[in-house]
Ligand binder design. Structure first.
Ligand code: CIR
Length: 255
């Protein structure tokens, strides 16, 4: 969770057509851009140098740069997003990775793996199987992680979770913030967990950046829980972003 740099992509006007499991209406583009700008500000305040890529109108969900790639200080892995409308985002981001990382690994062209299904902890990189990440893609990703010297482990999240990190996030080297369903699934051996209060499940997609935990604005009981546990919390407005089933981790690649 210690990051110097981040890469983001500006929201496209085509984001009104972004994927969503439950249609609560299209996001309002001005609001989406404002939330994105405030997110970039929050990363900057946390000490991260943020580079912004231009919007890519060809891909409605391309502002969620976390899904087509996985990055570490030691190198990047180009992923294979599992939604048909998003697979092309990988090729679009590849030159940006090559410009910034000496090592860029690619996955074989079978199976799918989305960055939203990847939870990085100091010892283990957890890969959640989902509608976007299948066993073949996950196994290819484990092999690529091994080439980077990282230990990958495939886990099966509870039903109803879009991405693994929709329902959990890293708070510190040994602690995760999780939904109750994720807690009951007991996927992360050896990690402590804090459970988000009932009704604030969306807050489980928090983002620890250096000394601060970013959470979705309006999750006041989660904010209190984290504050009480000694974390420095900063709230970020995400109303439009959430209409596209997305949260804090989805909008950047960090290293
Ligand atoms: C999608 O369904 O792919 C986008 N609308 C949201 C992606 C969210 N990304 C993430 O959780 N990493």
């Amino acid at each position: 969770f210690e990051f110097d740099r981040a890469l983001v992509r500006e929201p496209a006007e085509s984001a009104v057509n972004g994927l969503r499991a439950v249609d609560r209406g299209a996001p309002e583009i001005a609001g989406l851009k404002a939330e994105h700008a405030a997110y970039v500000d929050a990363l900057t305040v946390c000490g991260v140098t943020v580079e912004r890529l231009a919007a890519d109108e060809a891909f409605a969900d391309s502002m969620f740069v976390e899904d087509p790639a996985l990055v570490f200080g030691e190198g990047a892995i180009l992923l294979r997003p599992g939604a048909a409308s998003r697979l092309g985002e990988a090729a679009a981001i590849l030159p940006e990775l090559r410009a910034r990382f000496a090592t860029v690994l690619t996955l074989p062209e079978t199976g799918f793996a989305d960055g939203g299904d990847v939870l990085v902890t100091p010892d283990t990189v957890y890969i959640g199987l989902s509608a976007r990440t299948d066993e073949t893609g996950a196994e290819h990703l484990v092999a690529a992680l091994r080439d980077l010297g990282r230990n990958g482990e495939i886990v099966t999240p509870p039903e109803g979770v879009l991405h693994l990190k929709t329902a959990c996030s890293l708070l510190d080297a040994e602690t995760l913030l999780v939904t109750e369903a994720m807690q009951n699934a007991d996927l992360f051996a050896g990690m402590r967990t804090l459970v988000v209060p009932d009704g604030e499940e969306a807050a489980a997609n928090a983002l620890r950046v250096n000394d601060t935990v970013l959470i979705a604005k309006g999750s006041s009981r989660t904010a209190e829980l984290l504050d009480g546990a000694g974390y420095t919390v900063r709230e970020v407005a995400l109303d439009e972003v959430m209409k596209l089933d997305a949260g804090l981790s989805c909008m950047s690649l960090r290293w």
